[in-house]
Every structure is written in structure tokens, then in C-alpha cells.
Design a binder for this molecule. Sequence first.
Ligand SMILES: Nc1nc2c(ncn2[C@@H]2O[C@H](COP(=O)(O)OP(=O)(O)OP(=O)(O)O)[C@@H](O)[C@H]2O)c(=O)[nH]1
Ligand SMILES: [Mg+2]
Length: 356
Amino acid sequence: MKIGLIGLPNSGKTTIFNALTKAGAPVTAYANCKAKPNLAVVDVIDDRVACLSRIYKPQKTVYATIELIDFVGLRQGSASEGLFSSKSMTLVKNSDALALVVRNFLDDLGEPPSPLKDVETIKDELLISDMIVAENRLERIQQTYKRGKKTNALEIEEKTLRNIVDHLSSNRTVRDVDLDDEQEKAIRGFQFLTQKPLMIILNSDEIHFGKNQEILGDIEKESNVVEFAGKFEMELSCLTDQEDVELFMADMGIQESARHRLTCLAYETLGYVSFFTVGSDEVRAWNIVKGNTVVKAAETIHTDMARGFIRAECFSCDDLIKCGAEKGLREKGRFRVEGKDYIVQDGDIVNVRFNV
Ligand SMILES: Nc1nc2c(ncn2[C@@H]2O[C@H](COP(=O)(O)OP(=O)(O)OP(=O)(O)O)[C@@H](O)[C@H]2O)c(=O)[nH]1
Ligand SMILES: [Mg+2]
């Protein structure tokens, strides 16, 4: 899963990137001139994987991963200045979801925070960026028509884009547009930013952290949100003694690590569930969008498995951990054989039988 961190300059994106990844990327106020984005891949913390690994003792244990992309700050006007169409922005455009970091601390000039306004500023930039992409493409389609090339596919694309422009003009996102499969396919290549699931990270100072219920409530009316004490949590990520970390976290009233909190929010925002494959060679965690069938899960592992799908043997990870071994599960009748229509549940262990 790829997550692009976006936000105004100096909102604490790099600070949060460090808190999440321990990457130690340089954090500097008003040094907004970086040519390259910060990138890091981190494992998704999941105790179930560790339990499965203890049961199967595999040669390899593979956690699901999150790829984080931290790029320069956006500001009002970034979209029309062409920042979104720059080459280095491609990584953000390729992400599965966007995490918008908003400043909720006094900045280095003593400027008080205005988180709700900042959310709106960035959301507007995303809308404008999409609008520019859609309108440019519509213009090019018109030129193609003039040259006498009018295909069915182009007409579908044009109609879809016009619908999108209408939505964007009335302040609605591409996410809100009802698209059938054909229309979705016609516009997939544009990677509209407002089509991506968006979550908000409220980056609060230590003094007010945990006391921002009103702001969080306001943001939550429209978006999923999590509160971080960015600077504090970045410092925590540098500590090596786990006991110290837990003490400091308890002091601040932080229940779970920054990475775990963001992961939970990302799964919720993207509608992901986890399933697992197990064996003596490998125990591995995978993601799939909730509501998908076991054939889609098979495809996630390998397209051949979906193509030659026969059936899947499934059981619940929690049941297995309770029983301690597959044998006990079979005896209790908790071992299931599922067909192609089975909807994968969070925590399923899946073994696909296939033939190609
Ligand atoms: N008090 C406080 N300061 C913070 C917090 N997070 C970031 N800062 C400060 O804000 C300044 C900018 O932090 P960065 O993490 O570099 O911000 P950024 O969004 O990556 O900035 P650009 O990449 O330049 O857009 C630094 O001086 C940080 O120390 C926080 O949670 N609390
Ligand atoms: Mg930065």
C-alpha cells in the first residue's frame, strides 16, 4: 500500500515521515526546496503474523508493507503553477491514498495554527489540479475530433470527463462521481487526486495533544482523521529502549505507536482487510479490499491462481491461534472448503487450490 504525505509547507510532513519510519530525514523549517521526495517502506505491525510465524516456523515471514512518500509542501496556487504535473509528483499520483498533514502547533514565526482552513486550502488545490487535468484532456479530445477521429472509446472518455468537470466545479470530488466499469477504465490513467481516499493527520503540539476533540470532530465530519504529536513522536522513534518509549507514550496519553495508528486509519480509509498464507516455507500477510471474493485474493497472490482457481481451504487465524495447530482446528470442524463466491474475511488463512 502506498501513502503520499501531503500538506502545506512546514506542516510537519517530514517530522511525521520520520516518526513513522525512523528514517531520520532532515527536518528544517523553511527549507522548502528539496528536489527529491523522501521514500521509505515499513512493515505493517500485525501481531497475528508474529503468532503464525511461531506456529509454522517458516523460513521466511513477510509482513504487509506501507510505502510512504514525503514530498515538498503544497500551497495555495501550487496546482495552477503546475507542481502537480511535475515529474517528481508522479510518486504521489501513484499512491493508493493521501494523508494530509495539518499543522496544529505554533510555527517558527509564532503564527498560530488554523487546521480547518489548511484542510480546505489543500482540498481546493487537489480539486484545481484535477480540474486542470480534465480540462486539458477535453481540449485535446476536441482537437482529435476536428482531425476526424471520433471513436466510441473517445466519446465515453469525453462524457465521463465532462461529468467529472461538473462535479469538480460544484466542489465535489472525483470520488463522488458514480462511474461504471467502462467509465472508470476510461479515466484510470489520469490518477485524479480527489479520486484517492484521503485521510487527515492533525499534527498537534505536546501541550494540546489529546485535547483537540472539537477540531477532530469538525474534521471528522468529512474525513477520517488521526491526531499525532509529530515532533514528540519523532523523538520517540529515535529511542532504543522500548520501556522508555512506553513510559513516554503513557505520559502523553498515546495508546499505540504512530505507525500503528496510521496503519489502522489507512486500512479503514481504504477499506482493506488482511488475509494470510501459511506454510513451512513462508508465512505472509496480504491486503484485499473488503467485500472481495477469494478469487480476487488468489489474484493478489498470483494471477495464475485466479485463472486456474478450483477451491480454497480457509480457516480463521484467531481460531488457529486459540487451537495452537491445524490438527486441532480440523478436529473441531473449523476447517472450511470455500468456492469462488466466498467473501474473504479479515484474518482468514487462505490456501488456494488451482490448476493451470
Ligand atoms: N512544536 C512542533 N513543531 C513541529 C511539529 N512538527 C514539525 N514541527 C516543526 O515544524 C518545522 C517544519 O517541520 P517539517 O517536518 O520539516 O515540515 P514539512 O511539512 O516537512 O516542511 P516542508 O517539507 O518544508 O514542506 C520544523 O521546525 C519542525 O521542528 C510538532 O508536532 N510540534
Ligand atoms: Mg518536508
